[in-house]
Design a protein around this ligand. Sequence first.
Ligand SMILES: Cc1cc2nc3c(=O)[nH]c(=O)nc-3n(C[C@H](O)[C@H](O)[C@H](O)COP(=O)(O)OP(=O)(O)OC[C@H]3O[C@@H](n4cnc5c(N)ncnc54)[C@H](O)[C@@H]3O)c2cc1C
Length: 371
Amino acid sequence: MKKLAIIGGGIIGMTLANYLDLKKYTVTLYDNPLGQATKASAGIISPWLSKRRNQRWYRLAKDGAEFYSKLVQDFTLPTSVYQQTGTLILRKDNELTQLAELASERKQQAPAIGDIHLLAAEQVHEKLPLLKKQPALLISGGGKLDGAGYLNSLRQRAANAGVVFHTGNAQIKQKATHWTVTTGANTEEFDAIALCSGAGLPNLLSSLGYQTDIRPQKGQLLVFETDFTRSGHWPVAMLDGESDLIPFDNGRILVGATHENDGKTDLTPTKAAFTHLKEKTLPFLSAQDFFEAYPVSYRIGTRAYTADFAPFFNTLPDTPTAVAASGLGSSGLTTGPYIGFLLAEYFNSGQKNWEDYQKPIETYIREISSL
Ligand SMILES: Cc1cc2nc3c(=O)[nH]c(=O)nc-3n(C[C@H](O)[C@H](O)[C@H](O)COP(=O)(O)OP(=O)(O)OC[C@H]3O[C@@H](n4cnc5c(N)ncnc54)[C@H](O)[C@@H]3O)c2cc1C
């Protein structure tokens, strides 16, 4: 039996913990949840109509979205955690026709897009009464994930299977034949290590002598507690601009999120974010007093980005006993579970089924002495 440490209990680390073969490994997961992106996230799983040109990223996001059907089955996820209620995409009339054509084209390689419908203004309001009457494109394959709910559900599963959890900031060291992980006064030895540490990865890797291309970005979103009883069944609305509407069960409506490069790892809620999201969202809403009508709270997290906006997940250079994964940016709920699964396959069977999805790891992680 080998000992494996996971540093980071966001969507990658927690999924990895649940797919590891526990007949081969005893697993310990370390997490300092401060600023974690997964629990702050909005929840949109709908990558197919992205305008990004990066083919590797698109392949990963497409396969990641498709992976959700397996994920739901493997972990028996309830609809309160993941639900496929479709995505409404709001654009100007002429853009909608083009988008519908793109969707049909992409559906050939991505059947998970589901049905594609151009909806008239009236139908859109019926589907999602929060929206005023305006045309939209509906793709039925779009889904929504409650990030915090997902982590709770998977943590319970992993704990029942014997995974050990530690809360706190972990430090790592590489020894001749093993790794050590220290939290507070406790140090433990491991045969292998998985660094799934989001925006915290550069700190961990600098202690091993690596420089990492990861930039933190602050994201804020608003959570409204409304009295709409059917909200759990409503589709997600991707508005034309920076803001989206994500309705969850029991009247909980998320509006967001901001992308604040200057905010870095700051976790303070700001009035400016509220004002910005209100300005971007209000033109699409039926009720013009929505922002004042319900109790509201903030969620704030730190996204991790690379210079080319692409994620990486691979073994460290010349180090088969350590993997690192980060840089998932604003689509990490979509790609994260699949990345966790692929990393587990590597530890379970030695297979690296990920070459098609990313550039070599040296693009993002370099030994400081080689710079
Ligand atoms: C406001 C917001 C909205 C978003 N909305 C969406 C969306 O709608 N759809 C979508 O697909 N994606 C969305 N994202 C992006 C998505 O949430 C992230 O890309 C994804 O959750 C990243 O997962 P991760 O596991 O890599 O990192 P994280 O979830 O950040 O987890 C990493 C964990 O490692 C911990 N850690 C770091 N260093 C250490 C250390 N030394 N010791 C112990 N623990 C450590 C961190 O504290 C954290 O808990 C959103 C993000 C934000 C912030």
